[in-house]
Structures are given as structure tokens and as C-alpha cells.
Design a protein around this ligand. Structure first.
Ligand SMILES: [Ca+2]
Length: 325
């Protein structure tokens, strides 16, 4: 009997602590949410959108957990490349180019970005639209903005997301993406959507969730607006001369192609580099003893999409594989 009572007391205490902290969390979030609504109103977002998108939302614990999670180990570039540019993805990409050829040709003609780069980005970002993330973007961004680690960044993205809903491109309920707010089949953050997404099929909606030509055109427009040069390659694998200084490695070190050729850098098959009048950099994601690449303007453009040499180099290599389909 005494033991029974004791258990009850413990339970009651546990319940009180739990419900108090849950209540504190809800209260904190709700007052934050009210200030977010005011901020949205001040930016001209309609009451209808504010109600549809922000009423009754709650922080998402899974988003907080994912935000705090540290990667367990860092892959080498070669491990990453082998995972990203694999034969399955190459085969699927080639098939999807054949299946969407007229849409891709139209987008390529308009933006001057070869279809294999559009499809490579599609393949790497979401496995060609099959893995777009199942989170509702507005509550996910609200969680991250409220939680505070990068409050300013995520508050700005939240306001951008509300503008997209307000403009009628997508409903709040259908605005899905990754836990960190990257949306649709090419994983645009809301600010990128507002800067680069386009309505290619002319139905009045920039739809990067379901309309393939809009997805393709939005990706191409992103690259074009960030300086893509039609007719230029992204780069290629090279062989560095022995003793090549690691101080010369990095996408930020830009020199004429002839400068690198004179230092003894060769194509991977040992041939001399082409004598084009191009500015180039050397990247070696695993260090000078690992794979090395000479990269041009269009590589810098891919890095505007994602500032990772692992990512940009893999996009280039996958695109090369998709050039024949
Ligand atoms: Ca459209």
C-alpha cells in the first residue's frame, strides 16, 4: 500500500515536471509565433496566408533533433563521389533525359545550360525527384527560427516561404521539403525560389514540386543568373606534377589556363591542356595526393548552388556521364 502510494507520488511528480516543461515550451513558441505573424504583416503578407500557414502550428521535435545532430564521420571525396556518381544514378539519369527530352531541349535552348547539368543537379539533390523530404516547410522553418541557433537566417527564409504561399505558387499544406526548408525536386530554399524559380509552362505557378519543366527551367535559371557560360565545360580531372604546392589548390585561386599548363599540369591521360583563353582553378578535395581537377567558370557557378567542392565536382562528373544518353 505504501509502495503503491509512493509510486503514485513519483508518477505525479514526473507528470508535473513533464507537463510544466511542455507548457513552457508551448508558451515560448506561441509568443514567438505571434511576433512572427506581426513581422509577416509588416512585410505585406495577407491575413489569409498568415492564418493558413501559421495558425496552430507547433515546433517539430524531429527538426530540432536533426539540427543538433553532428555527422558521425566525414567521408573522403572519393567515398562521396562513388556514392553520388554511381552506375544506377547514371542509368536512371540517361533514361530520364530520353523520357523528358523535349522539355529539357526547350529549357536548354532558353537558358543555355546543357541538359546534363540540369539532370545531374536533379539526380544529386533528390534522386530525380524521388526523395524531396516529407516535412511541411513552414512549421520546419518556424521551428528553426524559434529554436534560435540560426534565428535570423531561418526567420528570413520563413518570411520568403510565406511570400511564395501568398503569391499562390503552392498552398501551405503542400509546401513540402527537407527538415531545413529546402523545397521540391531541386531543393531550393525559399529565398532561392523567390530569386530563381520560374514558371516555364505559363500556368501562373512556379511549381518546383510537380511540374518538370518548371523544375528544369528553375535550375537552369539559377545557374544562368549565377554566371553560367554557354559552351564552356565545367572542368576535368588532371594530373599534377610531383611536388605541386598545396598553396596553389583551391577554387578561389584563379589563374589563366596557360599558367597551370606551364606548371606541368596535364590531362589525366598525360596530354597537354587545351590552349583556351580561360580562367581556371585547381581543386583537390582529398589533398594534392588525391584526385585533382582543373575547374572553370561554370564550376564556380555550381558552387554558388552549394559551396562544397565535393558537391560541385560530383555534379560535373555526373553531367559528363549524362552527356551521352
Ligand atoms: Ca508553372
Amino acid at each position: 500500500m505504501i509502495k503503491h502510494c509512493f509510486n503514485k507520488v513519483i508518477l505525479l511528480i514526473a507528470f508535473t515536471i513533464l507537463s510544466t516543461s511542455a507548457l513552457a515550451q508551448t508558451t515560448g513558441f506561441n509568443s514567438w509565433l505571434e511576433s512572427a505573424k506581426n513581422k509577416a504583416r509588416a512585410q505585406g503578407i495577407s491575413e489569409k496566408t498568415i492564418n493558413a500557414a501559421l495558425n496552430d502550428i507547433q515546433p517539430i521535435q524531429k527538426v530540432i533533433d536533426l539540427d543538433k545532430k553532428q555527422p558521425e564521420w566525414k567521408k573522403t571525396f572519393v567515398q562521396y563521389r562513388e556514392m553520388i556518381v554511381n552506375q544506377n544514378r547514371i542509368n536512371k539519369g540517361r533514361r530520364l533525359i530520353r523520357e523528358n527530352l523535349s522539355a529539357l531541349n526547350a529549357v536548354e535552348a532558353k537558358y543555355g545550360v546543357p541538359k546534363q547539368f540540369i539532370v545531374a543537379l536533379w539526380g544529386i539533390e533528390t534522386n530525380f525527384g524521388s526523395n524531396t523530404g516529407g516535412f511541411k516547410v513552414v512549421p520546419a522553418l518556424a521551428t528553426l527560427a524559434w529554436e534560435g541557433r540560426r534565428a535570423e537566417f531561418f526567420t528570413k527564409e520563413l518570411m520568403n516561404a510565406l511570400k511564395i504561399i501568398d503569391a499562390g505558387h503552392i498552398s501551405a499544406a503542400n509546401m513540402k521539403g527537407s527538415w531545413a526548408g529546402a523545397m521540391g525536386q531541386n531543393q531550393f530554399m525559399p529565398s532561392s525560389f523567390n530569386a530563381y524559380a520560374v514558371d516555364h509552362n505559363g500556368d501562373g505557378k512556379r511549381d518546383i514540386w510537380k511540374t518538370k519543366v518548371d523544375i528544369f527551367a528553375s535550375s537552369a535559371n539559377y545557374l544562368k543568373k549565377n554566371g553560367w557560360k554557354t559552351g564552356e565545360r565545367w572542368g576535368r580531372r588532371v594530373k599534377l606534377p610531383s611536388g605541386f604546392s598545396k598553396s596553389l589548390v583551391g577554387a578561389k585561386i584563379k589563374k589563366p589556363l596557360s599558367y597551370w599548363a606551364n606548371l606541368g599540369i596535364r590531362k589525366i591521360d598525360g596530354q597537354v591542356l587545351p590552349q583556351e583563353n580561360m580562367i581556371a582553378s585547381i581543386v583537390a578535395p582529398d589533398g594534392v595526393a588525391g584526385e585533382a581537377y582543373i575547374v572553370y567558370n561554370n564550376y564556380q557557378t555550381i558552387m554558388a548552388w552549394n559551396r562544397s567542392t565535393y558537391f560541385a565536382t560530383s555534379v560535373g562528373l555526373l553531367a559528363d556521364q549524362l552527356a551521352t544518353y
